[in-house]
Write a protein that binds this ligand. Sequence first.
Ligand SMILES: [Zn+2]
Ligand SMILES: [Zn+2]
Ligand SMILES: [Zn+2]
Length: 239
Amino acid sequence: MGNQKPAWLKALYVQNFFVPCSIHEAAKKNEKNICCLDCCTSICPHCVLSHRCHRLLQIRRYVYHEVVRLEDLERLIDCSNIQAYTINAAKVVFIKKRPQNRQFKGSGNYCTSCDRSLQEPFIHCSLGCKVDFVLKHYEGLSPFLRVCKTLQLSPDFFIPQDIGDDEMTNETQDSTIVDSTTDDHNQHSSSDGSENTSFSLELKNDMIYEEASTVILEKKVHVLKIMRMELLEKEKRTS
Ligand SMILES: [Zn+2]
Ligand SMILES: [Zn+2]
Ligand SMILES: [Zn+2]
C-alpha cells in the first residue's frame, strides 16, 4: 500500500512545535505554534506575515500534548470517530497518541491503534491513531481527505505586527488553550464543565503517572550505577 500520507499530514507529525523560532530568535512570543500546510513546516507568529497566503493550522498544547481545533482539522480530513475534547469551549483533538501503558485493563472501549480507553462512540484517540487504522484497513487515505484551499488562523490569534516591540511583557499564553469562544454557533457546545473536569483529571493522572515513572527510572539508574561500581571493584580485586 505504501506511504500515502499527504505532506502536510507528515509535517504535523515530524515538525517540532513549541520550540523557539530560529529566524526570530530574539523576538518575544517566538514559539512555533503554527503549521504551514503549504510549506510543511512549523512557524512562529512572527513568520505568519511571510506565509499569509498559505494554509495555516494553529497548534495548541494541552499538558505537553499537541492538539488542534476539530473545526480546523475537519476541513482537511474526516475526523469522525476520533475522540474530541472540549477545552474552554473549543473542541480539540490530539494529533498524536498519548501512550498509556497502564497495567490494569478492564473490559472497556479502547482505541483502535493504542491502549487508551475512550468514551463510548469513539474508536480513535487521536488523528494519528485514526490514520494508522485507515492505512491498515482501507485502500488509502484519499476517501478521508478533503479539498481545502484556504485555512486561516482564528481571528483572535495574536500576530505580532511589530518585531522588537518591547511592550509585550505579559507572559506567553499561546501555549495553552485560551479560546474564549463566546458565540459558538455549534448547538452542541453546551459543555457542562464535567467533561472538562474529567479530562483535566485524566491528564493530571497522566502527569502523576509520568512523574512517578520518571522517579522509578531514576531509582533504577541509581541502582544500576551502584551495581556497576560494585562490579568494577570486584574486577579490580580479582585481577
Ligand atoms: Zn508557508
Ligand atoms: Zn519565526
Ligand atoms: Zn490511540
